[in-house]
Write a protein that binds this ligand. Structure first.
Ligand SMILES: Nc1nc2c(ncn2[C@@H]2O[C@H](COP(=O)(O)OP(=O)(O)O)[C@@H](O)[C@H]2O)c(=O)[nH]1
Ligand SMILES: [Mg+2]
Length: 253
């Protein structure tokens, strides 16, 4: 089975090499990695090129001229994965918040599901204990209550950026029409997965805060996500909702 992992990067020079090395240690036979770098100032793009030279048939790089957002990076990445003939396309952050160790169990579950979501908000999911009580409550409220009330989605971690899609799932979701960019891109993809009646599994993960580098998600990005959820509802509101099968894994991955 061919697996393509898409890694958007913006100033991840201290993470990207170690992450790619760890991904190659996984027991996945045909693994390809695409790095989409938005002209990082810290030399991430150069390191990505070095990785391509080291693994010319397995690591690929797309350089974009400047910060163009996470959503457009994933749209480009999913298209690339389909063009490469991927059976599975994986999206994850390039900062170790999404541990590569979960990926083998994600892939195992792809026999039964179309989309696997690494989830912080199903039983067994955990957030970094360094998060303050307020930050935790706000995030939990936004993901598990706000989005679910507005969109009537079943997925509990609406903004999760750690997902594996089966090829047929991506072919079904009109992802190239998705215009949302920051966190809300994840919400729209989860919503479209449900609208299309896909079988979705949320796997509990431990989400560790990035060890090095800084978050690129600013307060305006978060506020934008809050109002754009309404926009998604307005855009797709008229569509009939298929009955998606959303479950969660009860034993730890
Ligand atoms: N190419 C690209 N990558 C981005 C952009 N914004 C964030 N990223 C990457 O997306 C991932 C998630 O971003 P991060 O700042 O860690 O978000 P947080 O985990 O919510 O704080 C990381 O790998 C970032 O380097 C962007 O505009 N373009
Ligand atoms: Mg992060």
């Amino acid at each position: 089975m061919k697996t393509c992992i898409i890694l958007p990067t913006l100033n991840e020079s201290q993470n990207i090499r170690a992450l790619v090395q760890q991904l190659f240690l996984l027991p996945l036979d045909d693994l390809n990695i695409l790095i989409i770098d938005d002209n990082s100032e810290d030399g991430t793009g150069k390191i990505a090129d070095e990785l391509h030279h080291q693994f010319p048939t397995r690591v690929f790089v797309i350089h974009r001229p400047g910060k163009m957002g996470l959503g457009t990076a994933y749209v480009t990445g999913f298209r690339w994965a389909l063009d490469q003939g991927a059976d599975y396309a994986i999206q994850m952050d390039a900062d170790f918040s999404h541990s590569p160790n979960y990926l083998t169990s994600f892939i195992k579950k792809m026999n039964e599901y179309d989309v696997v979501v690494g989830s912080r908000y199903v039983p067994g999911g955990k957030l970094d204990p360094r998060w303050s009580g307020w930050r935790y409550l706000l995030s939990k409220w936004a993901n598990s209550i706000y989005v679910r009330l507005i969109l009537a989605t079943q997925v509990r971690d609406a903004t999760a950026g750690f997902k594996c899609f089966r090829r047929a799932a991506l072919e079904k979701i009109p992802f190239e029409r998705v215009r949302s960019n920051g966190y809300v891109f994840q919400v729209e993809m989860a919503y479209l997965s449900e609208l299309n009646g896909l079988r979705i599994l949320e796997v509990p993960i431990y989400f560790e805060d990035r060890r090095v580098g800084k978050s690129k998600m600013t307060v305006p990005v978060k506020l934008e996500a809050a109002w754009r959820v309404w926009e998604i509802r307005a855009r797709y509101g008229a569509l009939k909702k298929n009955f998606a099968r959303v479950e969660w894994l009860h034993e730890p991955a």
